[in-house]
Design a protein around this ligand. Structure first.
Ligand code: AMP
Length: 207
């Protein structure tokens, strides 16, 4: 059965981790604007490149992101969408181009988000995620999966994390409220181990 799933949550709520697992579990395409933009940071657009917005923790202009999502969803036979929509205009656009089967919100406190993001390390080669304290690799700085180098994302520094969270509270919380008002929102407590959160999500989707 093909499903269209939307995963909402603040930066650091676990959207990336959970989306990957969901895409595997249900054989869906994982569509994530953050990864798509990181792979195209220096793409020339009429607004400049995505890089400048991303390094400042700001949103990349809607037309750029909308186009990425439109193309990706057209190509997918069932998807997990993560990192989009991040404001009400994007939510309206999404509404025009697709139908959603499930909208899930991962709820995590601000204190926990800051701890998760500032301690996050990612593999430069395969993109695997670690945390210096909560999920350290076997050998410091080296990816368990592929041996690649672990780096800190440029936007995971404390200052940029604060900016990204502010952008989330100003722009994306209204999106969550919008789905809540529609009565479509499945709210999941995201403060648990990745496996536990995954079980909560699949239980909610299937029941
Ligand atoms: P993420 O990996 O989802 O935390 O996204 C990293 C950065 O990419 C964000 O801080 C934004 O600069 C940009 N970005 C990702 N998704 C969007 C979106 N839907 N709208 C605008 N900018 C986005």
């Amino acid at each position: 059965m093909s499903r269209n799933i939307l995963l909402l949550g603040a930066p650091g709520a676990g959207k990336g981790t959970q989306s990957k697992k969901l895409a595997e579990e249900y054989d869906l395409e994982h569509v994530t604007t953050g990864d798509a933009l990181r792979a195209n940071k220096d793409m020339e657009t009429e607004y400049g490149t995505p890089r400048s917005f991303m390094e400042a923790g700001e949103l990349v202009p809607d037309p750029v992101v909308n186009e990425i999502v439109k193309v990706a969803l057209e190509e997918a036979d069932g998807y997990v969408l993560d990192g989009y929509p991040r404001n009400l205009d994007q939510a309206e656009y999404l509404d025009e181009i697709t139908d959603l089967d499930a909208v899930i919100y991962l709820d995590v406190s601000e204190e926990e988000l800051v701890d998760r993001l500032t301690g996050r390390r990612v593999c430069d080669e395969c993109g695997a995620n670690y945390h210096v304290e909560f999920q350290p690799p076997e050998e410091e700085g080296v990816c368990d999966e592929c041996g690649g180098e672990l780096i800190q994302r440029e936007d995971d520094t404390e200052e940029t994390v604060r900016e990204r969270l502010q952008v989330f509270y100003d722009n994306t919380e209204p999106v969550i409220e919008h789905f809540r008002e529609q009565g479509d929102l499945i709210e999941i407590d995201g403060e648990a181990t990745p496996d536990e959160v995954f079980n909560r999500i699949t239980d909610a989707i299937e029941n």
